[in-house]
Design a protein around this ligand. Structure first.
Ligand code: URA
Length: 435
């Protein structure tokens, strides 16, 4: 018989836990024997003392086995998914999932909600009225067979341990730990029945792991767990020092994805999206190289097939298709404020972490588990790093349900903005590709 507090104390004292310890603690959390406050203390001990590679693998396996693993081998297509380690304005899943599916590759996608200062695919999808992300395994299989793509969340069937622990990490300052990130991502990816995975590893202030060495180790862990479970994997390291694209916030990000799916090129977002899609198309056997996959990705946007597939997903997952098609009638939140530049020069910094925190203040994320999200809240950028700006010109616009939230967000944003006299050097967006 094990006692929860003894396991917490072992990790607190930097001892290595056995698979039995971890299994007792995680499964005990699901059964109610371990409480939220004990799990929070445990996560904080892991945050400070870390886990060995073996503990990380064990944790991943236990979290995976807390639910079921789907067998999609009856679908006669290669299945490929993508998962990001988390970023600000990082909305590529909504573009690349339909895009890659439109190439004849199956895309089974189990995603997460907002986490720490970063947004989550599920919250973005739920900003579409009616859109459901809570399907059973039976319905999940039906949807992927019919549409070629499905986008859902963890539930009592899929990695339920991640669903509970993820929500707790979001509000207890325990997101940025590489073992917890590995187990969280991989328990979902291994449960969903994919053959191959493309990882988007975010680097810089807006990433969940801001330390370069830790990010390199995370890449190694994600690839080695994938291999251990017989999955092909490619990791792409991308810059996350400034938000990706021009829109941050749940509905606002869906809106920007619709713009891209309808042919607009948003420099950094389109580049990252096409590269990730290219890697997925390559792993899905529809291109001989990532570069060829990128060209196919561009084509699938140009000829409208990616957008058409997106509408099919919305329809199948019970979202309001007319809301999506209604380009001219996009909803806006009640209040807004334009943030203006106090001097002329060049935008040197738009700190992605600060923009992420500000978006939580506006109502895009949660401060405690029970908080309701304001789907229309968010930030629209008018400038990006490196752009020239005149004194009094708008840098960005904040949207929220009340002015107090806007006031608090403005304070955080201004701490993350730097305008300098000299034009800064152009940033490298794609930092590495590990095939
Ligand atoms: N994405 C996840 O699913 N989990 C994490 O911990 C971070 C990013």
């Amino acid at each position: 018989m094990m006692i929860p507090v003894e396991i917490i104390k072992l990790k607190r004292d930097n001892k290595t836990l056995t698979k039995e310890h971890l299994s007792f603690f995680i499964n005990g959390y699901l059964s109610g024997e371990v409480t939220d406050y004990q799990m929070s203390a445990f996560l904080m001990a892991v945050y400070f003392n870390g886990m060995t590679e073996e503990e990380t693998f064990d944790l991943t396996e236990i979290m995976l086995n807390s639910g079921k693993t789907v067998d999609l081998s009856y679908i006669n297509k290669i299945k490929v998914d993508k998962h990001s380690t988390g970023g600000v304005g990082d909305k590529t899943s909504l573009i690349l999932a339909p895009l890659v599916a439109s190439c004849g590759i199956a895309v089974p996608m189990i995603s997460g909600r907002a986490l720490g200062h970063t947004g989550g695919t599920l919250d973005k999808l739920e900003s579409i009225p009616g859109f459901r992300v809570d399907y059973s395994i039976r319905d999940y299989k039906k949807i992927i067979e019919k549409v070629g793509v499905v986008m859902i969340g963890q539930n009592s069937d899929f990695a339920p341990a991640d669903k509970r622990i993820y929500a707790l990490r979001d509000v207890t300052g325990t997101v940025d730990n590489l073992s917890l990130i590995t187990a969280s991502i991989m328990s979902k990816k291994l449960a969903e029945g994919t053959d191959a995975i493309v990882f988007d590893i975010k680097m810089g202030s807006g990433a969940n792991l801001q330390n370069l060495k830790e990010s390199e180790k995370l890449t190694k862990y994600l690839i080695s767990v994938s291999k251990k479970f017989g999955k092909k994997a490619i990791a792409i390291l991308t810059d996350m020092r400034e938000p990706l694209g021009y829109k941050i916030g749940n509905w606002l990000e869906v809106e920007e994805c619709l713009e891209v799916l309808n042919g607009k090129i948003v420099k950094d977002l389109s580049k990252v999206n096409n590269l990730l899609s290219g890697a997925m198309i390559y792993l899905g056997g529809k291109a001989k190289s990532i570069e060829e996959g990128e060209k196919i990705a561009e084509q699938k946007i140009k000829d409208g097939s990616a957008y058409k597939k997106f509408l099919e997903i919305v329809e199948e997952q019970e979202g309001d298709v007319s809301y999506i098609k209604d380009w001219k009638n996009y909803k806006q939140d009640k209040y807004s404020k334009k943030i203006l530049s106090e001097k002329s020069g060049y935008v040197r910094e738009m700190n992605a972490y600060k923009f992420g925190l500000a978006s939580i203040e506006l109502g895009c994320g949660r401060k405690k588990i029970t908080d309701k999200i304001d789907y229309l809240a968010g930030i629209i950028l008018n400038k990006k790093c490196g752009d020239e700006i005149k004194k009094g010109e708008m840098i960005c616009e904040l949207w929220a349900g009340d002015m107090e939230k806007i006031g608090r967000a403005e304070k955080i944003i201004t701490e993350g903005l730097v305008v300098s006299d000299k034009k800064p050097k152009e940033r490298k967006l794609i930092l590495d590709i590990i095939d």
